[in-house]
Design a protein around this ligand. Structure first.
Ligand SMILES: Nc1ncnc2c1ncn2[C@@H]1O[C@H](COP(=O)(O)OP(=O)(O)O)[C@@H](O)[C@H]1O
Ligand SMILES: [Mg+2]
Length: 587
């Protein structure tokens, strides 16, 4: 027998162990009382008491039975302790793997915190459901059925009455719990809105203090408090009403069962032992029925949580590898946009078209600059090359291979990107740079760090490379984070290089220092450089000027200036600011 099968059998046996124990216990009481009935306890010698004479075997069997059920029951506890945590981890891992493949759009439409909550919710709810079903529902219901069957052997009438009561109790609770779960949902939504508001106040606590807004905030939060209180009260009152109805029904049931069994004894259909049996089993069925019905609201709640998590987590993955997608093979590094039409989508509504039939060729090894106002589509252009989005029409080719047909892993391996916004892991500075190439040795990491002038920052930190950078790199300035991102990309050393306003947060002096490293990095590889300061563009072979998703001009810096168009306009705007310092040097 496979061990898995063995474990499974123990779990199934455990389902029966408790109900059998619960239902047979009253039966043993009956046997004992019947055996003792009519005996004078003081005068009867021990070996004449029938319980020892005739029932010895049954009693022994009983003891063996109780010990066995106990052992099975406890082993199932241990089994659950070993099985459930890895099971939950497996669900979590599956979810993390699945969500990890989701597109950029998915992550911009869903808060990471909400996704993480759901990744935790689903295994927890699965655990709860498993526990409830295997330790409450099935045993509770089995217990009721076995007990009613035993009762049937004594009095079919009582057994039918009991069954009717159990069914009506469960039915009323089930229907009411469905309604209660709606109230509970309202209540938990009110609570989560409230807690969102509290977080918002805490996030802005600096502003609240500076503007003496605390009284205002208290009043503002009170509205949400009141709402939560009302909904909570409503939930509790509904539950109290339900329990009142069920309580009255139970009292009637008790009264009826007790009266009938006493009457039966009086009339001689029932022995004293029978009466004891009926009364104990009555109590037992009552308890387990109440117990099962108490779990209904939790059951609905957990199912609700699971369904919500399931919905978010199983959203279709929109950008994924074709089956057996071959890797990208870089020969010269040519990037081609072939009649690309693209618009963003936000929460499944379509935004206006950004690129309309855009065609452009970036030659292998060419250094291409991109300029344009913010919002003109520069970052989206990069994201299309990285296949963070798929164009609605047209193709993007790298060295003749449609990027939709090659594996995403090989695509991302071939491109170093320094993104516009750098988020860092809440890990050490070293780990953050090392991420560029996890196979790199320490020396290589440090050389990359030096090229990006991170070493200068490191020397100022007491813990050097081992400094934790803080949540999302929050302990560092924007420029420092950017230098780490640059170091990381230099370390990656991929055949294609994309800089998206890579030096925008640096001061001019640091920028000039890093410029050399970046120019070296660009040598011999196709480079796409989105410039925040036009100073970066002097070294480009060609500059593309973006305006609302269109490439309105292209040429070298000098050519574009002569053309007197949009570039000249952008340049004149910057002339008053960033570019002045460069002008003296370069022009
Ligand atoms: N993920 C997104 N979802 C919806 N709209 C977006 C998204 N990213 C960018 N946009 C919109 O697309 C346009 C171009 O943005 P972007 O490519 O970031 O411009 P740039 O980098 O030139 O500043 C802007 O109007 C922006 O609001
Ligand atoms: Mg941008």
């Amino acid at each position: 027998m496979k061990p898995q099968k063995g474990l499974f059998i123990v779990l199934i046996l455990a389902l029966f162990a408790w109900p059998l124990e619960q239902s047979f216990f009253p039966y043993f009481i009956k046997l004992i009382i019947d055996a003792l009935t009519g005996l004078d306890s003081l005068k009867t010698p021990l070996n004449e008491i029938p319980i020892f004479k005739d029932l010895g075997g049954i009693l022994l069997l009983g003891v063996a039975f109780f010990i066995t059920t106990e052992i099975i029951y406890r082993s199932s506890d241990f089994l659950r302790a070993y099985l459930l945590p890895p099971f939950m981890a497996r669900i979590r891992t599956y979810l993390i793997n699945y969500v990890g493949q989701q597109s950029f759009t998915y992550f911009s439409n869903n808060f990471p915190g909400a996704i993480a909550n759901k990744i935790n919710d689903l295994p927890r709810a699965a655990h709860e459901l498993f526990e409830k079903i295997f330790t409450s529902f099935i045993p509770g219901i089995l217990n009721g059925l076995i007990a009613i069957a035993l009762l049937l052997t004594l009095s079919p009438l009582l057994s039918v009455i009991m069954l009717i009561w159990v069914i009506s109790h469960l039915w009323i609770s089930w229907v009411a719990s469905k309604k209660a779960s709606l109230y509970a949902k309202d209540q938990s939504e009110a609570l989560s809105t409230l807690s969102g508001k509290i977080v918002d106040v805490l996030n802005n606590i600096f502003t609240v203090r500076l503007f003496n807004g605390f009284q205002h905030e208290k009043k503002y939060l009170w509205k949400y408090q009141t709402d939560a209180v009302q909904k909570h009260t409503k939930t509790l009152i509904f539950s109290a009403q339900l329990k009142t109805v069920l309580g009255v029904l139970s009292l009637l049931e008790y009264g009826f069962m007790i009266s009938v069994s006493l009457y039966g004894w009086k009339m001689g259909w029932l022995s004293l032992g029978d009466v004891a049996f009926i009364l104990t089993i009555l109590q037992n069925i009552m308890q387990s029925t109440w117990w099962v019905s108490y779990e209904f609201p939790h059951l609905f709640e957990q199912v609700g949580i699971s369904l919500q998590a399931y919905d978010l987590l199983t959203q279709k993955i929109t950008i994924e590898d074709k089956k057996h997608a071959p890797p990208l093979v870089i020969t010269g590094g040519e990037i081609v946009f072939d009649n690309v039409t693209f618009h963003h989508t936000s929460n499944s509504s379509e935004l206006p078209v950004l690129f309309n039939n855009l065609s452009i060729i970036l030659k292998g090894g060419e250094k291409v600059g991109v300029v344009g106002f913010s919002g003109s589509g520069k970052t989206t252009f990069v994201n299309l090359i990285l296949r963070q989005f798929d164009p609605q029409q047209g193709r993007i080719l790298i060295d003749g291979q449609d990027i939709k047909t090659i594996s995403l892993e090989s695509l991302w391996n071939s491109i170093s990107v320094i993104p516009q916004d750098t988020n860092l892991f809440h890990r050490t500075l070293y780990e953050n740079i090392h991420y560029g190439n996890l196979k790199a040795h320490r020396d290589q990491v440090i050389i990359a760090a030096e090229k990006a002038y991170v070493s200068e920052l490191v020397s100022r930190l007491p813990q050097g490379y081992e400094t934790i950078v803080g949540d999302r790199g929050g302990n560092l300035s924007g420029g420092e984070r950017q230098r780490i991102a640059i170091a990381r990309s230099i370390l990656k050393d991929a055949p294609l290089l994309i800089l998206d306003e890579a030096t925008s947060a640096l001061d001019s002096e640091t920028e000039r220092k890093i410029q050399d490293s970046l120019l070296t990095a660009m040598k011999g590889r196709t480079s796409l450089v989105i410039a925040h300061r036009l100073s970066t563009l002097y070294h480009m072979d060609r500059i593309l000027v973006f305006q609302q998703g269109r490439i309105v001009e292209s040429g070298t810096h000098q050519e574009l200036l002569l053309r007197n168009g949009h570039y000249k306009y952008l340049f004149s705007l910057q002339n008053n600011g960033f570019l002045q310092e460069i002008q003296g040097v370069e022009l």
